[in-house]
Design a protein. Sequence first.
Length: 104
Amino acid sequence: MSNSEGSETHDSMDEDITQVARTRRSKVWEHYEQDLFVVDGDLKAVCKYCKAEFQTKFGTSILRSHIADSCPSIEDACRKSFMSTMKNKQSEAPFVFDPKTCRF
């Protein structure tokens, strides 16, 4: 094993630690275990209710959809509460591009 190979491993570990240290702003994190873990180089979150594991590399949308739609173990009251917070957040008008009003 050369020094460069060892440093690549160390660098990738630093990236994982940096990702774990990021602030979790989404309410969805209330439904997942506090600690993430690494599997095959990817950070995974564990559902508190059914213990399913999800990759967090691309954000929280998969975590939200699991709680909102497919977790078999979540109580209805908890799911409804979560859905109400998501509806409030989604009620903001989405951006729609209008080329007629765009000036270059």
